[in-house]
Design a protein around this ligand. Structure first.
Ligand SMILES: [Ca+2]
Length: 201
C-alpha cells in the first residue's frame, strides 16, 4: 500500500484515495500489552450517500481487527441538500441507526474536494480502544458498496497509537499521581504511545 494524496485545500497528506477495497495496517514486534487504542482521521471525500439505497448506496465503511473484533461499521453522508441522502448511521452502527449528515464530524467541506461544482468532503477523528495481547496487530480498513472512486472515495491518516497493560503492584507504587498505593492494587502502564500527527489547525 503506497497510495497517497494531498488535499487541495490545506495540503494535508494522507493515505488514499481508496474506493470499494480494503487497506491493511500491520504492526509487529509489540511488547507485552493487554489493551490498544488507535486514533486516526478518516477523510470522507465527495458524494457519499449515507443510508440511501437503490443504485447509489448505502455507502458503508468498516474497520476491524483481523481475527478480532469489528471496531466500526457505518455509513457517511456528505449531502446537505438532497433529502434522501442526508442521513447516515455514524456515530452508530449501520444499519440500526439514522442520524443527520455530518453527525460527529470534526470538519465539513474543509479539504477542497468538489462534486458537481460544489465543495463536498468531511473529516472524522476516530478513536477505538479494544482488548489485544498478540505481538502483531493487523487492522483492516474498508469501503463497501461505493460508486466510482472519482464519485466517492476515502482516505485516512494515523494520529496516535497506544498500547498498555494492567499490572499488579507487589509493593507500594510511589510514582502514582495520588501518592503511594497499597500493595495488591492494579495500575495502568502504557508500553507504547505514539503521536503520529498533531491536530490540523
Ligand atoms: Ca453512493
Amino acid at each position: 500500500m503506497a497510495r497517497t494524496d494531498v488535499s487541495p485545500v490545506g495540503g494535508r497528506k494522507f493515505l488514499g484515495q481508496f474506493g470499494t477495497e480494503a487497506v491493511m495496517l500491520t504492526l509487529g514486534g509489540l511488547p507485552a500489552h493487554r489493551v490498544v487504542t488507535v486514533e486516526f482521521d478518516l477523510l470522507v471525500i465527495r458524494s457519499w450517500d449515507g443510508n440511501a439505497g437503490g443504485q447509489i448506496g448505502p455507502d458503508q465503511w468498516r474497520l476491524e481487527v483481523v481475527d478480532g473484533p469489528e471496531l466500526l461499521h457505518c455509513t457517511w453522508s456528505n449531502w446537505r441538500t438532497v433529502v434522501e441522502r442526508i442521513f447516515q448511521s455514524y456515530p452508530d452502527r449501520f444499519a440500526s441507526y439514522v442520524h443527520p449528515s455530518f453527525s460527529g464530524a470534526d470538519e465539513e467541506y474543509t479539504l477542497g474536494y468538489q462534486h458537481g461544482g460544489s465543495p463536498m468532503d468531511s473529516v472524522y477523528r476516530i478513536a477505538r480502544t479494544f482488548s489485544h495481547a498478540d505481538s502483531m496487530l493487523q487492522l483492516r480498513f474498508a469501503g463497501l458498496n461505493l460508486q466510482d472512486i472519482t464519485d466517492e472515495s476515502w482516505g485516512w491518516m494515523m494520529c496516535g497509537f497506544t498500547c498498555g497493560t494492567w499490572s499488579r503492584c507487589d509493593s507500594c507504587c510511589p510514582r502514582q499521581p495520588m501518592g503511594c498505593l497499597p500493595p495488591g492494587c492494579w495500575v495502568w502502564s502504557i508500553v507504547i504511545r505514539l503521536c503520529c500527527r498533531s491536530r490540523a489547525n
